[in-house]
Design a protein around this ligand. Structure first.
Ligand code: DUC
Ligand code: ZN
Ligand code: ZN
Length: 461
């Protein structure tokens, strides 16, 4: 018997820093050896990746699986969502556990583990969204960080989830003392409330008013406020889903001052524009997410920010709802469940549209895999192709041209915001801890094989 369980040969291996043709030997779920040429006889199973790329498995650090929102639940659970992720080349997710008001963080984590364990098909971590600081919430943070929940989230908007600025400072202070990072959803609650009430009173009820009720300027304002609060708390900060120039400018200015501030964006903000809200027959509701899709004048600045390192990660904010669920807001745009799918297409979209916008494949690996692993305490177990790392990878065929249509996807939802997008290549095989879990557009692994990622301390990059 060979010395490896699996050998991937002849592929072009891409990491955040390298691109070279080589062979990868895998044993017991880990990368055992990388060299220029290995013998087939060294392995029980040989995968020929000639003419293809081998990328580290994607890490989607921002998903909402099975999430309660606006009287319903996001339609992908841990089984369907992570299966779709695997087909699209993503091998780890970090999902947001939402603290039920009045509940403990420990129980919040338990609720989310029950949603995920036995269902997740790829490895998963959990960020905890702190929604209620009454009781002993803050005191729980040190032990939760020890247990592997090393990142937190705060919403500045949404009734039932948001916290006020004084609580945000306290969470920033407490979590950062433990080496955790806080991601903040930055928008101005009171302006949204004011504009929403005004539009509805004027009979302006359609999805096209969603973006008008949440203008870019209030994302910039809230990002600035979160940054100031983090400076006062001397805490690192991640501005999640930055959608526009206004918030990018705040992140950039903070970093230029030397503050430990980082930023994330998502493919929908890089590729879609606000005209989508005018799609007929309530079609605009497909794009109702927060922050909203912006004017296309933001695209070049967002791509620049990813290219030049002002933004460190590209995640999805995957939060799908069927059109039937979107209809909860047929007579009131503010009742449309916020969110859209994206978990399956992130890697193929980035690998097609990134290079057209000046991103090398190495840079794409950095923002979709290596940086999330580093920031969220998983590197080098995850996020790279290196000896000793988990054998999480996907093989990408640059000749597999595709045109996106919802029917080819595995997400549990009846539309994709990227319908009709051309793709210049596609993942043809995904491995997680050395096991082939997706091949030629189908999930082939066992259901529920994903493991909880007990993450270490976070890092500012
Ligand atoms: N934004 C969304 O669009 N959905 C879920 C949560 C969020 O912040
Ligand atoms: Zn958010
Ligand atoms: Zn989100």
């Amino acid at each position: 018997m060979g010395k490896f369980d699996t050998l991937i040969k002849n592929g072009i291996i891409v990491t955040a820093s390298d691109r070279y043709k080589g062979d990868i030997g895998i044993k017991d779920g880990k990368i055992e050896e990388i060299s220029l040429k290995m013998a087939d006889s060294d392995a029980k199973k040989v995968i020929d990746a000639e003419g293809k790329y081998v990328f580290p498995g994607g890490i989607d650090a921002h998903t909402h699986l099975d999430m309660p929102f606006g009287g319903t639940f996001s339609s992908d659970n841990f089984l369907t969502g992570t299966r779709a992720a695997a087909v699209g080349g993503t091998t780890s997710v970090i999902d947001y556990a939402i603290q039920p008001i009045g509940d403990t963080l420990e129980n919040t984590a338990k609720i989310w583990r029950e949603k995920a364990d036995g269902k997740a098909c790829i490895d998963y971590g959990i960020h905890i969204a702190v929604t209620d600081t009454k009781g002993k919430t803050l005191e729980e943070i040190p032990k939760m960080v020890q247990a592997g929940y090393s990142s937190y989230k705060v919403f500045m908007v949404y009734d039932n989830m948001r916290v006020e600025d004084d609580d945000l400072i306290k969470i920033l202070k407490t979590a950062s003392n433990e080496g955790a990072i806080i991601g903040v959803h930055c928008e101005n609650y009171y302006v949204i409330k004011y504009l929403t009430e005004k539009f509805l009173k004027e009979g302006k009820i359609g999805p096209e008013y969603h973006p008008l009720s949440r203008p870019a300027v209030i994302e910039g304002e809230a990002a600035n406020r979160a940054i100031v609060l983090s400076e006062i708390a001397k805490a690192p900060l991640m501005v999640v889903h930055s959608s526009c120039k206004e918030s990018v400018e705040e992140i950039r200015a903070a970093r230029a001052k030397g503050l430990p501030v980082m930023g994330e964006t998502c493919p929908q903000y890089l590729l879609l524009s606000e005209e989508c809200y005018h799609e007929e027959n309530f079609g605009g509701s497909k794009y109702v997410m927060s922050p909203p899709i912006r004017n296309k004048s933001n695209w070049s600045e967002l791509w620049r920010a990813v290219r030049e390192g002002d933004l460190q990660t590209v995640s999805t904010d995957h939060c799908p709802f069927f059109m039937k669920q979107k209809e909860l807001g047929i007579n009131d745009f503010s009742k449309i469940p916020n969110g859209a799918p994206g978990i399956e297409l992130r890697m193929p979209l980035m690998l097609t549209y990134g290079p057209k916008n000046g991103l090398s494949f190495e840079k794409i690996v950095e923002v979709t895999a290596s940086n999330p692993a580093k920031i969220y305490g998983m590197y080098p177990k995850k996020g790279t192709i290196a000896v000793g790392s988990d054998a999480d990878m996907f093989i990408y065929d640059p000749d597999k041209k595709m045109k996106v249509t919802v029917n080819m996807l595995h997400e549990n939802v009846d539309y994709t915001p990227f319908e009709g997008f051309e793709l210049s290549g596609y993942p043809v095989m995904t491995l997680s801890r050395g096991e082939v879990i997706a091949e030629d557009g189908e999930y082939t692994g066992k259901e529920g094989r994903g493991e909880f990622l007990r993450r270490g301390k976070c890092t500012v990059i």
